[in-house]
Ligand binder design. Structure first.
Ligand code: HPA
Length: 272
């Protein structure tokens, strides 16, 4: 069965849940699951109940699609996402994004936890992703192109919608929240980077590094969706001390940054 047909079956199953005709989607990253508490939930659907949906496994991800509203605007939120490092194919990683598109989502909000390599970056900082460098994860559009998703050679000149970035910066200034902005360097993981790798990532002009987002954004771009993405900096890659990084620290840092992150997403969604 073609992925397009699987997407249509999942969409057929989910359509009745999207009674509010949401045009905004939200993908929640590691440690950012509490954002869900901001959502006025109408309905929840577990991933395992949706035809053809992958099922998430990683700690910190619960795995359900939430239909509800935030700031009075209908949204569909993915609580739990699929990472290439978990063993999913790139096509599986982007499957939910394609489902969101055919459910009517036009604007996609993506969050993630990332390592900071930008100058003066600190744990707990928020970084608007202005662009990305796709490093080692295979492009999800490899293989025969299905024009029903988008063109063979997709333009990637503005994968992160400039007008949304401008608005986010305005909101941050109004709310007294400091936002960084920069380039996200996408890796496969699951290892954190070596010191030499963090250094390389900094040298090529990136500001943060993480194991998600890039494949999803490529698929979203292919389908002409508008994307706004933000990283929570959960650890510092280029550093003096001999410290190590653990998944627990990443989750803890993300949790602490969550209120700021929530404010930006909520107020941005309010303006849509
Ligand atoms: N590297 C890659 N992915 C990550 C990191 C990191 O330092 N922190 C959180 N996700």
């Amino acid at each position: 069965m073609k992925q397009y047909d699987k997407v249509q079956e999942a969409v057929g199953f989910l359509k009745p849940y999207n009674a509010a005709s949401a045009t905004t989607g939200v993908v929640l990253g590691s440690g950012l699951g509490n954002f869900v508490q901001e959502i006025k939930v109408d309905q929840e659907v577990r991933y395992e109940d949706i035809p053809h949906f992958p099922v998430s496994t990683v700690e910190g991800h619960s795995g359900k699609l939430i239909f509800g509203s935030i700031a009075g605007k209908p949204i569909i939120a993915m609580s739990g996402r699929f990472h290439y490092y978990e063993g999913y194919t790139p096509e599986e990683v982007v499957f939910p994004i394609r489902v969101l598109k055919f459910l009517g989502v036009q604007t996609l909000f993506i969050s993630n936890a990332a390592g900071g390599v930008g100058e003066n970056f600190q744990v707990g900082d928020l970084m608007i992703i202005t662009d990305h460098i796709s490093f080692a994860a295979p492009n999800p559009l490899l293989g025969k192109n299905d024009e029903r998703f988008g063109p063979r050679f997709a333009d990637m000149s503005e994968p992160y919608k400039k007008s949304l970035i401008t608005r986010a910066k305005f909101i941050a200034a109004e709310q007294g929240i400091t936002l960084r902005e920069g380039v996200y360097f996408g890796v496969t993981g699951p290892t954190f980077e070596t010191r030499a790798e963090y250094k390389l990532i900094q040298l090529v002009g990136a500001h943060a590094v993480g194991m998600s987002t890039v494949q999803e954004v490529i698929a979203a771009s292919h389908m002409s969706m508008d994307v706004f993405a933000m990283s929570v900096i959960t650890d510092i890659g280029v550093r003096e001390e001999e410290n190590t990084i653990t998944h627990e620290e990443v989750l803890q840092a993300a949790k602490e940054a969550e209120p700021k992150f929530t404010t930006i997403f909520r107020e941005l969604i309010r303006t849509l």
